[in-house]
Structures are given as structure tokens and as C-alpha cells.
Design a protein. Structure first.
Length: 315
């Protein structure tokens, strides 16, 4: 069995003179961990600065190869909300599942166990980003009434192996398969290559703000390679490209907000409009001049859309 990397990632620090997090965020933050089904799960709570009538508890599910750091700028722009963000099993500071494959269904069962352990009720808001949108939507479809409402940021709205991006996805599949078969040290070196991480980061970033681009690259350098082992990473990647939100859209009998990037080349805008048509009760917010990194590049408009949506759908 491959050794699990248990190194914990540090809290984020700006990579330029500009501050990208408020001082209030640190005061809101507490870190915890919990044992679930034989695996230790790390999670973070961000308490509201001031509790208001609009304060809600939001459970956040991050994307593939990410961890809780990725959504911090959005959390920072929601000071009136209580936000809970686990590192998904196999990523960040959380251990992989003990003996179970890392599938969309298994991650859904993780949400069930995590919510039960923390006493999170049906008034909990569930938010998923990218791969997290797949996990969150499938969970909501399989567990009607467990959460309300559902918010999907940069949602994976269509099959990754089809359409204009299908070839790049197939190359990515080959990349992860080859990396998993190489000797451990070499395979990890390929997966954690700073050059490859930078290429992926540069391809996703759309901002022309040099300091913001440097911040985005710094975040990816710091946290994009914080996965437990190659086996769980490959399983999670397969899950991320073999499912999508549209599969269960018709079963989502609750209000759903889609927050999409106008220039997203991973979750195409045309597919977001198609997904919206499939939702029984959906809304779409398109943020201009941003791609798949809404959580890094445009957190303020994303937070504003989330706030407005929750005001329209109170607990």
C-alpha cells in the first residue's frame, strides 16, 4: 500500500504586497478534525462576525485537487454567514477513505456522515465548487430534504469526455493513469510537478491583474498537490470526469443557484444554460470576464449572488 502523505498545509499568505484576505477572516476561523468510518477528516468553521436574521450555515464541498483554502475568499465576503469547510477525504489534511473507493456516491455518503456528526440539519445550505458541484448535486438528488437550498459554483454541467474539451480530458486521464503506474517517487514527482501545476493554473486564470494572477499561482503551488496518495487521487479524478450535474438535474426538487464564469473553458457557459433548463427550480448568475476560478478571481460578485439567493430562499 502506498504511503499516505500526512503533511498539513499552512494557512494561506498573500504572495504580493496586496492583502487578499481580511484580518477578520482569521478571527472567524477555528480548525477541527473528526474520525469518520476509520478516516480522520480535517475541517474548518468560520463563524459570522455578526449574527443576523439572514445568517445561515453553509457546508462547502471543494473541487478536485483542492482543499478548504480554495473557497476562503468567498467565505471572507460572507461575514454574516457560518461556513463549514472540510478537506474532502484524500485531499488537504484529510485521510483517504479507509478501504472504500473515492467515488461520487462515496463522497455523498461522507456528506451524510459529516452532517450527522456535526449535527447539521435540513436548513443547512450546501455549496459545491467544480467537482464539488457533482458531489453536492448527486447528494442532494439522493437525499431529498437533507439540505436547502443548493448552490453550485463553476458547476460541471456536461460530460467531460464529450464535446470540444473531450480530447484534453482524455489526455488528462492518460496523465493520471501513467502517473499511478510509475514508481512511487517518480509518479509523485510527475503529479506534483510545479511546471505542470503552473501550466494548469495559467490556463484557468483569466484575470489581467498581475498581482491577482501571482496570488492564484501561489495558491495552486501551495495547495494543488496536497493529496494523500496516487490511488485515491486517480479514483477521485475518474469520478470527476465520469459524472456531471445534468445527470441528476431533474431530481433536484429544491432551489438551485448556478454561479458560472463567462469565460469558463472547463464548465462551458452554453452548458450552464442547458443545465438551467433541466432544473425544476433553478437560477443562473453569470459573472463576466472570469473562467473556472470564480472562487479566486471574483469572490465578491459570487458572494453577492449567494447572499441574494439566500435572501430569496430563507430557511
Amino acid at each position: 500500500m502506498e504511503q499516505v502523505d500526512t503533511n498539513h498545509s499552512p494557512e494561506p499568505a498573500p504572495t504580493s504586497p496586496r492583502e487578499f484576505f481580511s484580518k477578520a477572516l482569521a478571527a472567524r476561523t477555528s480548525a477541527s478534525d473528526i474520525d469518520l468510518d476509520g478516516s480522520n477528516v480535517a475541517y474548518w468553521c468560520y463563524e459570522p462576525v455578526t449574527v443576523t436574521a439572514d445568517t445561515r450555515t453553509i457546508l462547502v464541498i471543494h473541487g478536485f485537487r483542492g482543499d478548504h483554502h480554495g473557497l476562503l475568499r468567498v467565505v471572507d465576503h460572507l461575514p454574516e454567514m457560518r461556513v463549514i469547510m472540510p478537506d474532502l477525504p484524500g485531499f488537504g489534511s484529510s485521510e483517504p477513505f479507509a478501504g472504500d473507493p473515492h467515488t461520487v456516491e462515496r463522497y455523498g455518503k461522507f456528506i451524510t456522515g459529516f452532517m450527522a456528526a456535526l449535527g447539521l440539519g435540513a436548513d443547512t445550505v450546501l455549496l459545491g465548487h467544480s467537482f464539488g458541484s457533482i458531489v453536492a448535486s448527486h447528494f442532494a438528488a439522493a437525499n431529498p430534504g437533507a439540505i436547502r437550498p443548493l448552490i453550485l459554483v463553476n458547476p460541471i454541467a456536461a460530460p467531460a469526455l464529450e464535446g470540444p474539451k473531450g480530447l484534453m480530458t482524455k489526455l488528462a486521464v492518460l496523465y493520471y493513469q501513467v502517473s499511478a503506474k510509475l514508481p512511487r517517487r517518480l509518479g509523485l514527482a510527475v503529479l506534483r510537478s510545479r511546471l505542470i501545476v503552473r501550466v494548469m493554473s495559467a490556463a484557468m486564470a483569466k484575470t489581467r491583474d498581475k498581482e491577482l494572477r501571482a496570488f492564484v499561482h501561489g495558491q495552486h503551488d501551495a495547495y494543488f498537490s496536497a493529496f494523500a496518495d496516487r490511488a485515491s487521487l486517480l479514483e477521485s479524478f475518474r469520478a470527476s470526469v465520469s459524472s456531471h450535474v445534468a445527470e441528476v438535474a431533474g431530481q433536484l426538487d429544491l432551489p438551485v443557484l448556478l454561479v458560472a464564469g463567462e469565460k469558463d473553458e472547463i464548465a462551458l457557459l452554453k452548458d450552464q444554460h442547458k443545465l438551467l433548463e433541466l432544473l425544476p427550480d433553478g437560477a443562473l448568475e453569470v459573472i463576466p470576464d472570469v473562467g473556472h476560478l470564480i472562487h479566486y478571481e471574483t469572490p465578491a460578485p459570487a458572494a453577492a449572488a449567494i447572499r441574494s439567493f439566500l435572501e430569496e430562499h430563507p430557511a
